[in-house]
Design a protein around this ligand. Structure first.
Ligand code: URA
Ligand code: ZN
Length: 420
């Protein structure tokens, strides 16, 4: 719970590998896998850049209790004043498993995640006389569950996982990569999944893993291009495809939360909108202008700079201008938006759709004490503090209040009351 005088901070982008998942990675001979080096340190090898060769990435990255022990997560949260975290399995989720194993692993994982969260309640010493007390009122950890989204899985098995997540009190959404059932987020086979997630009211956290081809050069740049460009561009393409397939027209209530502030999507949304209107194959496909859909989604605030965060916020806020595509309007009004909505409107205030995140345990300090504050976290806190035009109200929303509302974390002034 937030100390008096400071805003509540909720971290919605923070990862775990549960003990069973780490065991699975330890048993594997191929990537993704966990290996123990000669000095006894365990390392996780995940990305295609880490698979082979003798480049700087070939050894993967250190992995330890910060990935699986809820006490380590709570220490990190305490060091940064984070009151509540909504954890998610880190990439590549279950993507590498066959359908039967994916279904079994998802079930086990979701139970593990529920137990992980339940193990971490704030002290309830003073709560014994409170008749409104529910164990969930003091929860500090919630989670996104996992779905067995792999090629060949029976749709019914995915829907059962949605049901399991919905029935698990600490699980408030799902994390999803960009492959869908193997053919991407625009695959018509994903329709029943979107329908189920939408009617369950679960938040769908879309997160990258595969990146895009880093061609045009040969230098070894460590993880910089894969994480700095490949990850956000993958999300950009995956979500552009999802929108272009009409998913948000058919499922306007689907609650998508986009990792890394949706990458380049906000900055490229007008270009994409123009490409659509100039393409005879696509121009009539969507119910409205591409830019409108950006106001229908949520974004983590992992943009690392105040100006980038401001851009995302402005683009979301602008979405209401494109609520209808009225071909009858004069050109100047059409290109600027509806006649009565020429100025940016507050129909979809961008600031209500941005949520603080850390990406913990990735991006630890390279040197020094990792139990101290992490610069990667402070960069994003500073970005939120530095957005031009934002005051305390906007900052408090992005730091925690938006998450409390979106994930249903609060009732009677306390965190985490059961929403069901
Ligand atoms: N690297 C990863 O592999 N995953 C993340 O979420 C962040 C960095
Ligand atoms: Zn992440």
């Amino acid at each position: 719970m937030a100390a008096a005088g400071r805003p509540m901070i909720v971290d919605i982008h923070t990862h775990v590998y549960t003990p069973a998942y780490v065991e699975l990675l330890r048993r594997r001979a191929e990537v993704p896998r966990v290996v123990r080096s000669a000095d006894g340190e365990e390392r996780v090898i995940l990305l295609k850049e880490e698979v082979s060769g003798d480049g700087s990435n070939s050894k993967g990255r250190p992995v330890g209790p910060q990935y699986w022990d809820s006490r380590a997560k709570l220490s990190f949260m305490d060091a940064h004043g984070i009151d509540v975290s909504v954890v998610s399995l880190a990439n590549p989720w279950l993507d590498f498993l066959g359908p039967t194993e994916a279904v079994e692993t998802a079930r086990k994982l979701n139970d593990e995640l529920e137990a992980y969260c339940a193990s971490a309640h704030a002290s309830n010493d003073n709560q014994t006389d409170d008749t409104s007390f529910s164990p969930l009122t003091q929860a500090r950890l919630f989670a996104f569950g996992s779905l067995p989204l792999v090629p060949g899985v029976e749709p019914a098995a995915v829907l059962e996982a949605v049901e399991q997540i919905q029935q698990s009190p600490h699980l408030r959404g799902v994390i999803m990569g960009t492959k869908g059932l193997g053919k991407g987020l625009d695959d018509p086979e994903m329709e029943p999944v979107y329908r189920a997630l939408s009617s369950a009211g679960l938040i769908v956290f879309v997160h990258p893993h595969y990146g895009v081809e880093n061609a045009f050069g040969e230098q070894d740049n460590g993880h910089v291009l894969a994480l700095g460009l490949g990850f956000p561009l993958e999300t950009t393409i995956g979500i552009a495809r999802l929108i272009l397939a009409g998913v948000l027209d058919r499922h306007p209530d689907l609650k998508l939360l986009l990792a890394h502030s949706a990458g380049a999507l906000p900055a490229l949304s007008s270009r994409l909108a123009s490409c659509i209107t100039h393409d005879p194959h696509v121009k009539d496909r969507l119910q409205t202008d591409f830019r409108f859909y950006l106001g229908q989604m949520w974004y983590d605030a992992l943009a690392y700079g105040p100006e980038e965060l401001a851009l995302v916020e402005r683009v979301i806020s602008r979405a209401g201008n494109y609520e209808c595509r009225d071909e009858e309007l004069p050109f100047i009004q059409r290109v600027n938006g509806r006649a009565d909505l020429l100025a940016p409107v507050a129909v979809y205030p961008g600031v209500e759709r941005l949520l603080f995140g850390t990406d913990h345990p990735f991006f630890p300090p390279l040197e020094g004490d990792s139990s101290a504050r992490w610069p990667s976290v402070d960069e994003n806190l500073d970005a939120i503090a530095g957005v031009p035009g934002w005051g305390k109200q906007e900052r408090d929303r992005v730091l925690g209040q938006n998450a409390v509302e979106l994930f249903g974390l609060e009732a009677k002034g306390k965190i985490g009351l059961d929403r069901r």
